[in-house]
Design a protein around this ligand. Sequence first.
Ligand code: ADP
Length: 621
Amino acid sequence: MLRKAPFFRSVQAKLIIVYMLLILIAMQLIGVYFVSAMKTSLTNNFTNDLKEQAELLSVLAGQNWTGSGEAAEDKTASLRTLVDNFSSMSSGEIQVLDVSGRVLITSLSSHADLVNSKNTQTVVSRALQGIDDNEEYIIDEDNLRKKVVAKPVFSGEKIVGAIYIVASMQGLYDTMQRINNIFISGVLIALGLTAVLGVILAHTVTQPIKEMTKRATAVAEGRFHVRMPVFGSDEIGQLGEAFNHMTSRLQGVLSLNEEEKEKLASILTNMSDGVIAADEGGSVILVNRVASAMLGMREAEIIGRSISDLLELPEEDEELVDAGLRSIILGGSGGTPDAPAAPGGREDLTIRATLSPIHRREGGAEVGVSGTIAVLQDITEQERLDTLRREFVANVSHELRTPLTTIKSYTEALEDGALDDREVSGRFVGVIQNETERMIRLVTDLLQLSRMDSKETAVRHKRTDLFELIEEVAERFAFPMRRKGISISLEASPELGAYVGIDRDQIDQVLDNVVSNAMKYTTEGGRVTLDAYPLESGDRFAVVVSDTGIGIPKEELGRIFERFYRVDKARSRGMGGTGLGLAIAREIVQAHGGEIYIESDLGQGTVVTFTLPAYAEGGGA
Ligand code: ADP
């Protein structure tokens, strides 16, 4: 919230003070000029009046100034009448002086004692000397300001006396004082009115400002619906309009920002990669759902932790993060053997973490790093497939190389002269033939696997009698087995009466592979048994091929269905095995929607069981 300024610091107070000062200065200037002009004018008028009176009196007195002795009596009497007449017009004292400066007549009865005494004032002596214009400003013993005027009285060409008029200026000063008073009270009234008007006028200026301040505060607090009142088209009105425009722009920009944030959040939530963002200090500030699932931790547990701890980054990587984009593999055995463990103790996962710094920009130039973004990708499956592919290629090359090397050495031997020896050359050609056949078998198996991998071979389910199926296999193998001294028997009864929905060629191949394995890995005197029975669910049948052969060590059983996997490599190869037989068998059985498993005891024998779907009318299996 905004602090409320004390009144004396408010714009309103300042405006009022300015108004009043302006009025005061204006009034002062007018006052000084007016009062001084008034004073000069009044004083001049006053003086001129006195002078005119004195002038008139001196002329009149000059005419009455005749004779001496008796006539002098008359002169005094007529002068007295003259003076009396004048003094009724004037407030001052009029004295008539003779040529020596002696007072002949005074208009003021209280000054009767001055008659015959000498008036020695400068103005008087100047007037008696014939100087016409004599005036003086005096302050008498009663502290009254007075004006003195003296004029010579001429009788003919001769100075016979003087007129002396002294008048109090008090009236004039009183008038001045009154005017001053009127003026001061006028100023005071004007100031009062100005103050009142100032309050009202300043209010009209400051009120919108106060309103705007209130609303600007509201907008700053996020209440964007608040609008400025626009009182008019003056500057304040324009400010209000500009503010409203700014508010709506701001609102637009903010909601755009909000929208972007939402978008980003939903992208982060819905993307299939994990994302972790850390601040400058390396502590996590953002993590998406996928990342927290990969790390096996809840979001709240991850936020605030150090990213290098979280991803268990090796120390040198922490520094490299700052340098630029960097990708590391966490966990899994598929990557480098010394790859760091997958974070969060998830050993089954292989994660690729791509770390990139967030550069801080100022004015278009990069200035340091403000954080790190880690993108986590679950590459477990990809790694597994990569490993399989690598192993597969290595195995294929190896499997092809062995017969090729053999063929090459035998043809060389033939070339070197063995060809001439019929018996030896016949044997050699037999070996070459064997190896070639093995290679053909291998390539055929590989082709079949590759077709199955690319789902090229369609399974055509056909109604097949299960007993007939295994009986035929037994018959096929009866002869070679007898030759090897192995007996083959059928457990299932001819009354089985079971029909399976299968692709006959493919299942024949499964049986061939499994039964030939049983034959291969069973020594003379051993026995191979074929059996078939319905499973409890009734919609499936199990086919079992068991032998009393050399068996498979328990620890190898888990990998026996892998491509090229052999328990005893040298012997299997010697027996013409490609290491793909069981792999193909599994692919086919699975394509039929069944399962295949193997049980074995070393030296005791092996049991291979697989399931087949019962024939279903109409839709196949
Ligand atoms: P191969 O062509 O080498 O026989 P298979 O995939 O068919 O390849 O079998 C894989 C390995 O499993 C064989 O090399 C062999 O060691 C072992 N094996 C398969 N069947 C039997 C069995 N019945 N008795 C003993 N070992 C077996």
